[in-house]
Design a protein. Structure first.
Length: 325
């Protein structure tokens, strides 16, 4: 009876996710027109930060409970999922056109911040340390990176308003309704992701799946569900600026805020279960996005298949390692 109830909650959670993403994309796209800013900027900020709320909640609760592996794993796993799986699915539905400015600025910023995280973490290899750790000073560096990113976004917003002011793009809804749809959409995404993660975890525990497998699969995928559903809805509507903006913004937010803010508040973390392949995949996923878009500013369906293949190979290794323990 309990499993039937949890299955029902699982279905309700997915319905919340789908409808929430639908309303969020509608509202955010219309809000961009109302504010006279680009949809790329909305994707990089409002959508990206909002859909990263589950990761932030998991990170704070993990740190409070002393599970530092979960905190860093949440960030690294979510970013790899976003760059490989989500962009792969989005580009498979509809090839993603990437603006020149994104290739020249936003993607290099993401690559820089991803590399910085790995460099800050590898104390044993790079600084002759006793353990690999993320200290409070490392976290503050990440927060400073985020401050620079925000300054860039504010500058970009001012330029966008000047350009958009010269164009006449009629919003789908008035500003009030656009913002209301966005807020309700966010609420649906957060509520839906919580229902899916909690019910799926309960089902997995009931049928005897280990906590480690649950953490590697349900939690990692569950916290990325808002980004996933938003990506699918936006790609089907050919809102590719929202797709790429959401992923870049989410990944930067994950490193700088989801990891940086809790560590800056609570102090040093010393995760123990990470392998070099996890850190290498974090950087590789950012490099691939940059490499695929550098020439023709597009992530094609062939590129999408390559991203999905790399994701499948990496995650097969992760699951194999988990089952072998």
């Amino acid at each position: 009876m309990n499993i039937i109830l949890q299955l029902l909650l699982l279905i309700i959670g997915f319905l919340f996710l789908i409808k929430g993403a639908d309303m969020l994309v509608d509202g955010a796209s219309s809000a961009a027109s109302n504010f006279k800013v680009s949809k790329m900027l909305i994707g990089l900020t409002i959508i990206a930060f909002g859909t990263s709320a589950p990761e932030l909640a998991v990170s704070v609760s993990s740190l409070i409970s002393g599970n530092t592996d979960m905190l860093l794993g949440n960030v690294i796993g979510s970013n790899i999922l976003n760059s490989l799986l989500l962009i792969g699915i989005g580009a498979l539905i509809y090839p993603i056109r990437v603006k020149r400015n994104t290739v020249r600025k936003e993607l290099p910023i993401l690559l820089l911040i991803s590399t910085a995280l790995v460099v800050l973490f590898l104390d044993i290899s790079l600084a002759n340390g006793q353990t690999n750790e993320i200290t409070r000073s490392d976290a503050i560096i990440c927060l400073l990176f985020f401050g620079i990113f925000l300054y860039y976004l504010i500058t970009m917003a001012k330029k966008n308003r000047e350009v958009k002011a010269k164009k006449t793009e009629k919003p789908k809804y008035k500003l009030g309704k656009s913002l209301l749809l966005s807020v309700i959409g966010f609420a649906g995404l957060i509520a839906g992701s919580q229902l899916v993660v909690n019910s799926a975890s309960t089902i997995a525990s009931t049928i005897g799946v280990t906590d480690r497998i649950i953490a590697l699969t349900i939690v990692a995928f569950g916290t990325s569900l808002p980004e996933l559903i938003t990506t699918i809805v936006a790609a089907r509507r050919k809102e590719t600026d929202l797709v790429i903006g959401n992923i870049i913004g989410s990944n930067i937010f994950n490193i700088c805020i989801v990891m940086g803010l809790p560590v800056a508040i609570f102090g040093t973390i010393t995760p123990e279960s990470f392998q070099m392949i996890d850190l290498a995949m974090l950087i590789l996923s950012a490099i691939l996005l940059f490499a695929f878009t550098r020439k023709d500013h597009k992530i094609s369906r062939l590129n999408a298949l390559m991203l999905l293949l790399i994701f499948a190979l990496y995650y097969s290794f992760v699951i194999y390692e988990a089952l072998a323990v």
